[in-house]
Design a protein around this ligand. Structure first.
Ligand code: ADP
Length: 477
């Protein structure tokens, strides 16, 4: 192996000043990171614009090879990256290792897709004319990413942009810049020119967002984060008519019908709800359970939730790490308390956990109803909310009663029901008898206020292309 990750990111660190990166499990400072001002980001965008032309002029095969090398570099540093991810975002090491694979998969997938950016020809509409449509890189792109998947959210945007022949400047979350900087350093080692892929940490997200969205050289903004911020960015991007991809909030229903395989449904619920301590935008926010199997499901759920091991993610076997900030912890605490006040029943958990200042005890609430705050807001914490329903029609009505439309899940063994419910759910993603749906091979994204565009799959590459139509005349002999 070449250098260690820490050696590679050293140039991005500063001995004093800069931005502090904290370990959410312990509160300790891990590093100080150099930050970028609006003016510096402006200069970086200009360099990205200058560099992208040479990058786009390379053959797709060369870009593909560089991305493949990036994939290999990521996997060669797998354990170091997982440790860095756990240190700055708190997820248990096993989950962080899964995230390294997920992050690497986008570099691999888009290295393959880079060579398949086929255009089309269309029969001419008159004699002597031909039509050709090509896919052209959209240009210099900018992106803003969140802390909950600090590695994968970088590669899911950078890999398709680079595959398409674009350059991309990314501001990572202020909580997790180190994973992003590590990926940038590995990309440089893989031969991706520094100016076509830049990470710009900043504590002033608003200012950098403003530069990204209003800069005349930036042709596309890609964002993953909250719906509130996504709306602001879309407004700002209107000033220069930029392309926009938005992966925003969710309020996923997880429906358990009475004919479900109960063990499978419980396994799925644990993953869909408690992965990353509940801090995922596709997390099961509302567990809708048919009344006839409600008690059986709740019993099984409470048993499993009580068994979850809570603690610092570096310790072996830990399953629930800390919440990312004290503010996030307070929100989960308040939502739980307000649900109980509004009539929900506490089946287990319900309070902070003594593993550390930012830990919350895995919790199950039953008797949750649609009018409670906890049913309409993203919980982003280890709190499972169980709601009871009578029949299929009621389940669909409750599931769709949200302004969000990202992920949804349901469990049934009835083929007809599976078909009907899949069709009726107003969500960009539907998992049937599965609790985990993220994969590089499928289009990830939401409808309604959950966002615009898709990431991953062949569609993820198209987000970084414009179509160019050429009419060729004078072809008659
Ligand atoms: P979360 O609550 O999950 O952190 P946010 O939407 O607040 O979601 O954050 C996601 C990303 O958006 C982070 O990189 C953050 O720095 C950035 N961000 C937050 N507020 C703004 C803003 N006003 N303009 C641009 N980016 C922002």
């Amino acid at each position: 192996m070449s250098n260690t990750i820490w050696t590679m990111i050293q140039p991005a660190l500063v001995p004093s000043g800069g931005m502090e990166v904290l370990n959410p499990a312990t509160g300790e400072m891990i590093a100080r990171v150099q930050t970028y001002s609006s003016d510096e980001v402006d200069a970086i965008i200009q360099r990205a614009e200058a560099a992208r032309k040479g990058w786009a002029a390379l053959t797709a095969k060369v870009r593909s090879d560089r991305l493949r090398d990036w994939y290999n570099m990521i996997q060669q540093h797998h354990h170091e990256l997982a440790a860095l991810c756990t240190a700055e975002c708190g997820k248990p090491l096993a989950e962080a290792s899964g995230e390294v694979n997920y992050a690497a998969s986008f570099a691999e997938w888009f290295s393959e897709e880079a060579r398949r950016a086929y255009g089309e020809t269309i029969p001419g509409f008159a004699e002597g004319k031909a039509i050709m449509v090509t896919k052209e890189p959209i240009g210099t792109c900018a992106a803003i990413t969140p802390w909950n998947f600090p590695l994968a959210m970088i590669t899911r945007k950078a890999a398709p942009a680079l595959a398409a022949g674009c350059s991309i400047v990314i501001k990572p979350s202020e909580s997790t810049p180190l994973s992003a900087l590590a990926l940038e350093a590995l990309a440089v080692e893989a031969g991706i020119p520094k100016d076509v892929f830049r990470i710009v940490p900043s504590e002033d997200a608003r200012a950098i967002g403003q530069v990204f969205c209003t800069h005349p050289l930036v042709r596309k903004i890609s964002f993953t984060g909250s719906t509130a911020v996504g709306k602001k960015l879309l407004e700002q991007a209107a000033s220069t008519i930029k392309g926009a991809s938005m992966e925003l909030g969710g309020n996923a229903p997880f429906i358990v019908f009475d004919d479900a395989d109960m063990d499978a449904a419980l396994d799925g619920a644990m993953i869909a709800k408690f992965r990353n301590a509940g801090q995922t935008c596709i997390g099961a926010n509302r567990l809708l359970v048919q009344k006839s199997v409600h008690d059986e499901f709740v019993d099984g759920l409470v048993r499993r939730v009580r068994d979850l091991k809570v603690g610092n993610g570096v310790e072996p076997g830990m399953e629930i790490g800390p919440l990312i900030t004290d503010k996030a912890l307070r929100k989960v605490d308040e939502l739980t308390a307000s649900a109980i006040k509004q009539g929900a029943t506490l089946a287990c958990g319900g309070s902070r956990h003594n593993a550390g200042a930012q830990f919350f005890t895995p919790t199950v609430l039953t008797g949750v109803t649609q009018d409670m705050d906890i049913a309409s807001q993203e919980i982003f914490g280890p709190v499972a909310c169980v709601m009871a329903f009578d029949d299929e029609a009621e389940a669909i009505r409750i599931a769709n009663d949200t302004r969000y439309g990202l992920a949804s899940y349901f469990y049934t063994r009835d083929l007809g029901r599976a078909w009907r419910v899949r069709e009726a759910l107003e969500f960009g993603m539907v998992a049937i008898n599965e609790g985990l749906l993220g994969t590089e091979v499928a289009p990830f994204g939401g409808i309604k206020e959950s966002g615009l565009g898709r990431e991953g799959s062949r569609h993820g590459l198209d987000e970084y292309f414009e179509l160019k139509y050429a009419l060729i005349g004078g072809l008659s002999g």
